[in-house]
Structures are given as C-alpha cells and as structure tokens.
Design a protein around this ligand. Structure first.
Ligand code: SF4
Ligand code: SF4
Ligand SMILES: [Zn+2]
Length: 137
C-alpha cells in the first residue's frame, strides 16, 4: 500500500502527486472524478501537465527527476513553475532543488510538515488547500 508521503508519488517535475486534486479523485470545481489518478509514476498514460509536453519524459528515458536533465530548468519547466507559484504558491523547481540537495527522505519529511491536515492527520491538497478526508466538497 502506498504511504501518505511516498517517494513513488513524487513526480519527475517535482510535484507530489499525493497532494494533487486528481489524486484525491476530484476536479478543481469539486466534482468527483470517475477515477482518481494514481500518480505520475504508476499511471499508464501521461500526466496532463508536464509529461505530455516533454518528449524526454514521455519516452520514459532514464530521468528520475527533471534536475538530472541537461536543459533543466527548461522553458516548459519555467512555464509550469510560473503557474504553480502564482496560482498555488508552490515552487516545483524549489521542490526539485530540495530533493537534489537534501535527498528524498528529508523532502518527504518536509512534505509531511507542509501538507498534513492539522484536524485529522489526512493530506491537504496543494491545488485547493482542502483536506478531502475531513472536509470533502
Ligand atoms: S494528475 Fe498528474 S500531478 Fe496529478 S496525481 Fe495524476 S500524474 Fe500526478
Ligand atoms: S527539464 Fe524540461 S526538458 Fe528536461 S526532462 Fe524536465 S520537462 Fe523535459
Ligand atoms: Zn483533515
């Protein structure tokens, strides 16, 4: 079983899929999806966000994270970074640099501190800042 904060849920672009609205099984407007997303690394098709647009990630080359790429941070990464910092107050490049500098275990601890719901111990969504465990739409 996947843990709440799991390395398998940290995507190549630096997002923690375990905090994604799709992973909780909802849309941004609060509708229930037919299927919840299982996360970038385990799903068969490509994520709507970055993998679809990057050939290197789409071809499943041996990149574990975007920071290993010679073009990092590429134009696409810069674009998604801008959207994420402005819209969600989250820096994906910051996440990636954290992983690069301090390692995955430290990053997962950091994620736990950032996203654990103070009310129920569930996980808060980065996109909606909602806990779908104790406060579903
Ligand atoms: S939609 Fe994309 S970011 Fe969200 S959980 Fe799925 S793969 Fe991860
Ligand atoms: S840094 Fe850009 S080009 Fe490199 S793998 Fe990531 S998305 Fe693709
Ligand atoms: Zn909660």
């Amino acid at each position: 079983m996947t843990k709440k904060f799991d390395a398998q849920l940290i995507a190549q672009c630096g997002i923690n899929c375990g905090t994604c609205v799709g992973f909780f099984g909802y849309t941004m407007s609060g509708k229930k999806r037919k299927h919840a997303c299982v996360g970038c690394r385990t799903r068969a098709s490509l994520c709507a966000f970055i993998k679809k647009k990057c050939k290197r990630l789409a071809n499943k080359e041996t990149l574990e994270f975007c920071f290993e790429c010679s073009d990092f941070p590429c134009e696409l990464m810069e674009r998604i970074e801008k959207t994420y910092t402005q819209r969600y107050g989250l820096s994906l490049i910051g996440n990636l640099n954290y992983i690069k500098e301090k390692g995955m275990d430290a990053f997962l601890e950091y994620e736990k501190e950032r996203w654990t719901c103070p009310t129920c111990g569930g996980v808060i969504c980065v996109h909606t800042k909602r806990c779908y465990n104790c406060s579903p739409p």
